[in-house]
Design a binder for this molecule. Structure first.
Ligand code: ZN
Length: 282
């Protein structure tokens, strides 16, 4: 009996591998065909995103490290540049920021096409030393989240042992939302207080690690024939997760608040690390 059930599962899994499979998160564990390894901390997920968000919730998308080039927290240079001697995608900025910018733009373009209330914010300067300057991602994202919107900062994780893998680091300003949950289901998850609360989550900004900037994902991004297709596939996965997080079926009961984890209070003057997960300068 058990063997027959297992065979059935294998059959279903094989039938599910269609042409569009790469745009959707796999149901099995193991590296994702599009984004590579998922967060190795996913099994330490200690939160549930149950707080509903109205369908018209405004979603602000930010490109990680867009205001911290040339200073601490500039983002990863990527495996191709740092280990294999490839030229940076654009002089003067880390490859992670290059891809963060293009990915964030693709997400907003697709989301707007599909009717979501979305916008992109890009700081006017690539280096703003004071993280609480009103023009930083942190400041704009914090104000957006405080006003009830959803703020999402896009990142690619470090390659090799420094990287953790794709996944969502949820914001800490309120209880996790259904968008947090749906993004975690699509990409993987980090614990609520990952590294004791990074600067962005402490300000109410979710960090989404698309994947480690290495291997097949980085090769697909850097290949001119596949770059836009790859960005589109990533954007589709993000936007579909956002849509699922905003959906509220009419007959579904409201979640029980007791099930949600209450985030540890954060100080009124957020501190924390400037960047996401390890992005060491080499
Ligand atoms: Zn980053």
């Amino acid at each position: 009996m058990a063997r027959r059930r297992w065979l059935l599962l294998v059959t279903v899994a094989c039938l599910g591998l269609g042409h569009a499979a790469a745009a959707h998160a796999p149901t099995a564990s193991g590296p994702d065909p599009l984004t590579g390894p998922r967060s190795r901390l996913s099994d330490q997920k200690d939160w549930l995103g149950l707080r509903p968000l109205p369908a018209q919730t405004e979603i602000l998308v930010l490109a990680g490290h867009a205001d911290s080039q040339g200073i601490a927290g500039a983002g990863t240079g990527g495996e191709a540049v740092d280990l294999h001697g490839a030229a940076p995608m654009q002089a003067g900025i880390r490859d992670e920021l290059y891809w963060n910018l293009l990915t964030a733009q693709a997400i907003v373009n697709l989301g707007q096409q599909r009717g979501l209330a979305m916008r992109l914010y890009v700081p006017p300067l690539r280096t703003i030393a004071d993280g609480d300057d009103p023009r930083t991602n942190w400041s704009v994202g914090r104000a957006h989240a405080a006003a009830g919107g959803y703020a999402l900062e896009i990142h690619y994780d470090a390659y090799g042992l420094d990287g953790v893998g794709s996944g969502l680091i949820p914001p800490l300003h309120r209880q996790p939302s259904r968008i947090d949950e749906s993004l975690a289901q699509a990409f993987g998850a980090y614990p609520l207080l990952y590294r004791e609360g990074l600067g962005a989550p402490r300000r109410g900004i979710a960090i989404l690690e698309i994947g480690k900037l290495e291997g097949a994902l980085e090769a697909a991004l850097r290949d001119p024939r596949r770059s836009q297709l790859t960005l589109n596939a990533v954007a589709l996965r993000v936007v579909e997760a956002l849509e699922r997080g905003l959906e509220r079926p009419q007959n579904q009961p409201m979640p029980t608040p007791a099930l949600a984890i209450t985030p540890t209070p954060v100080s009124p003057t957020p501190a924390g690390r400037r960047s996401g997960p390890p992005a060491r300068r080499r």
